[in-house]
Write a protein that binds this ligand. Structure first.
Ligand code: F3S
Length: 393
């Protein structure tokens, strides 16, 4: 891999051990995946934030690093709401460690905003063709597919290394040839907003890490694509997809039709809802906001909760910046007894383990909750999730 004189100097340790280790990681990955050089990135999003997932070893590693990131950088969700962790049932011993992790990241110049939807944050806007190094799988999918920016699915250490150097290896989804669709997915039925998570859950299982080109009868909104991509990245490892006549690269590039085709029928989508329907009325928690809610999604939830009182634990996850920009929406949601949680989510927080069965409207959460939180999950529409929580006045 070609390195500039300055990159060579970093590699030789002239700028200290942290940058030396960071560029060693980037060069090692670049060599494995055949990168010809390092390319500048516009921003980084760094996973490996929840104390639940990185533990003491991760905290020790991050605390050992010195320096300042070169590009706007932001974090993935933490294991708790950084302000109202006690209200989530998080023990103080966990909160202390979580705060140490956040402090260690912030000392590297990383913005303390913990979210899987960095594309909603000021300073993290993206355009077609821009290179970034993001690591949360749904954020990667959204950036690549819905915006047409370019990122590989970075691990926490490689995204952090890219942030410190301001560059990443030129391989994988940074290159045109790897962004071409490899399989057509023909969806034979009209689908509603809530169905996109179920669709992604099914397709991810079927196609693993291929690049699908969807032919849809319905016209998805961006939040529908957010659900679709998040679920495909979880049940499979899809980091990029295209939707005919919808997503930007499909509109700008003349892709050949892939040779392989799969067909999805309505019955397969219904099966996702029915697979855990035996838990209907028996879930003890409802959690929305996977990926983190936009202002528009919060508004929809607030409207559906209007005049209702929830009688089960009810979480709505979003980023702190989105919550702060939501006017009275948060208080309208919380008036029902539901909690708006910032900085965290139902999958990476240990607080989920205090429950038995979680109702979700996210294909990604549906896929991960049983393995990551050791509780049951039930997939339902947004309206059904709200009904599951309760009491209608
Ligand atoms: Fe985000 Fe957590 Fe879902 S990180 S995509 S809300 S699993």
């Amino acid at each position: 891999m070609y390195l500039t004189r300055e990159e060579e100097n970093i590699l030789n340790g002239e700028y200290g051990t942290t940058l030396q280790k960071a560029i060693e990681i980037l060069v090692a990955l670049g060599d494995i995946y055949g990168a010809d050089s390092l390319i500048p990135i516009k921003s980084a999003q760094i996973a490996g934030v929840s104390y639940k997932t990185i533990g003491d070893a991760g905290l020790e590693w991050i605390s050992s690093l010195k320096g300042t990131v070169k590009v706007p950088s932001v974090l993935n969700p933490a294991g708790m709401d950084l302000e109202d962790w006690a209200g989530m049932g998080i023990p103080e011993s966990f909160a202390i460690k979580q705060k140490e992790i956040i402090k260690a990241y912030s000392e590297l110049g990383i913005r303390v905003e913990c979210t899987c939807t960095p594309y909603y944050l000021q300073g993290f806007d993206l355009s077609l063709g821009e290179h970034i190094a993001w690591s949360e799988s749904s954020a990667v999918s959204y950036a690549n597919s819905v915006i047409g920016a370019r990122t590989n699915r970075e691990g926490g250490p490689s995204a952090l290394s890219a942030a410190l150097i301001g560059k990443t290896g030129n391989y994988g989804f940074h290159l045109d040839q790897n962004r071409v669709p490899t399989i057509s997915v023909n969806v034979e039925c009209d689908i509603s907003s809530s169905d996109y998570g179920a669709l992604g859950y099914i397709v991810g299982k079927m196609i693993s890490n291929k690049v699908p080109l969807f032919n849809l009868k319905s016209n998805p909104k961006k939040v529908d694509l957010k659900s679709l991509g998040a679920a495909m990245a979880a049940s499979g490892s899809v980091a990029l997809y295209h939707v005919k006549n919808v997503t930007p690269e499909q509109l700008h590039m003349n892709f050949d039709t892939p040779e392989e085709t799969i067909v999805i029928e309505e019955e397969q989508i219904r099966e996702v809802y029915e697979s855990k329907a035996s838990f209907k009325n028996n879930c003890d928690i409802v959690a929305l906001g996977c990926p983190h809610c936009s202002v528009e999604e919060l508004e929809e939830i607030a409207s559906l909760l209007e005049g209702k009182t929830v009688n089960k634990e009810f979480w709505v996850c979003t980023s702190r910046e989105v919550a702060n920009n939501s006017g009275d929406i948060i208080s309208r949601i919380e008036k029902s007894g539901a909690k708006v949680l910032c900085d965290t989510c139902m999958v990476v927080s240990p607080a989920s383990e205090n429950y038995r069965c979680m109702a979700v409207n996210s294909g990604k959460a549906f896929n991960y909750i049983p393995g990551m939180c050791k509780i049951e999950s039930m997939y339902a529409t947004l309206e059904e999730c709200i009904d599951e929580a309760g009491d209608r006045n």
